[in-house]
Design a protein around this ligand. Structure first.
Ligand SMILES: [Zn+2]
Length: 317
């Protein structure tokens, strides 16, 4: 009996160490890209969480200010958060002094743990709805979902919730720099914040914008997302960081607006012509041919049409 237990334990530990080695190897391929002076982004793999990418699909970022480093969305696991810290160390030895989480989706914030392990008392800023939803279990839901999708690549990751609520119009001063928070209500989720750094002409859009992949509409509101993006397009910033996909200029915002407006307008017109969501699918896809090569299009577009259809229908009553 003892031998069987020992063999099982040995097998399990060798499976874990093999898995840990492959996660390390995968993450070693990512470096921090300088977007503009003092602003860095580590662009994750632009796909869904899987065993082969260990769940690293978002864009962790950091901003070097006078007294330290501010981290935005440190990824989906302890390992990814540790990698973010390693990349920061290649740029500066200043301490991390704060974290921002853009919204409740676990691929963006479960990496908080790594930063907090190294800097236990730092504030983690997020929208109050995110803090509330985590207290009601959304962190556990995301942990389980990511464990399943990655075949347990985030084992050992603990849920570290944000500590400091921030809302629309708040301006947080960190190391002499301003972090301005934008939230217009429900957009990609009920709790997205977009973070504007006026001094660096940079906006972190969170998942209100994604590039070369279709946006997930399941937890949000398409008109709210359009309103949030219009607000950012009206600013004079130069650098825009999407939640997934590569950073760039304001074309990122324009392209997402185009995607969402074509989707919304076409579904609305066909809804008014009394077509069902199923009947309109091919007609909507025809209008969206510019986006058919975006990751997840074939798989998601039917569901996106249904979600928009439901939103239009409920607004109609
Ligand atoms: Zn998201």
């Amino acid at each position: 009996m003892k031998t069987i237990l020992l063999t099982t334990l040995l097998l399990l530990s060798s499976t874990f160490s093999l898995q840990a080695a492959s996660i390390d190897k995968f993450l070693s391929g990512f470096s921090a890209e300088k977007i503009t002076e003092n602003v860095y982004v580590i662009h994750g793999q632009n796909s869904d969480p899987s065993a082969s990418n260990s769940g690293f699909i978002n864009n962790p970022a950091f901003v070097v200010v006078e007294t330290g480093v501010v981290v935005i969305d440190p990824g989906s696991s302890l390992d990814i958060g540790d990698m973010v810290l390693d990349r920061i160390r290649l740029i500066t030895q200043l301490p991390v002094i704060a974290i921002f989480n853009t919204h409740e989706h676990g691929d963006h914030w479960l990496g908080n743990q790594a930063i907090v392990n190294a800097y236990p008392d730092i504030p983690i800023y997020a929208h109050p709805n995110m803090i509330n939803n985590i207290s009601e279990g959304v962190g556990e839901t995301w942990f389980s979902r990511l464990q399943q999708l990655t075949e347990n690549a985030i084992t050992g990751t603990k849920i570290i919730a944000p500590t400091h609520p921030v809302d629309h119009g708040d301006e947080i001063s960190l190391g002499q720099r301003t972090f301005k928070v934008h939230h217009l209500g429900i957009s990609h989720t009920s709790n997205d914040i977009m973070i504007e750094l006026p001094e660096f002409k940079t906006v972190f859009l969170g998942d209100n914008a994604v590039i070369k992949r279709v946006p997930r509409l399941d937890d949000g509101d398409i008109l709210g997302t359009i309103a949030a993006l219009e607000l950012m397009l009206a600013t004079t910033n130069t650098y825009f960081v999407p939640g997934h996909g590569h950073s760039g200029d304001k074309a990122i915002v324009e392209l997402n607006l185009e995607y969402l407006r074509i989707l919304y307008d076409t579904v609305k017109t066909l809804y008014e012509d009394d077509l069902s969501d199923f009947e309109m699918k091919d007609l909507v896809i025809e209008k969206m041919d510019k986006f058919v090569d975006w990751y997840g299009f074939d798989l998601e577009i039917g569901r996106s049409i249904s979600l928009v259809y439901l939103q239009i229908e409920s607004a109609d009553f």
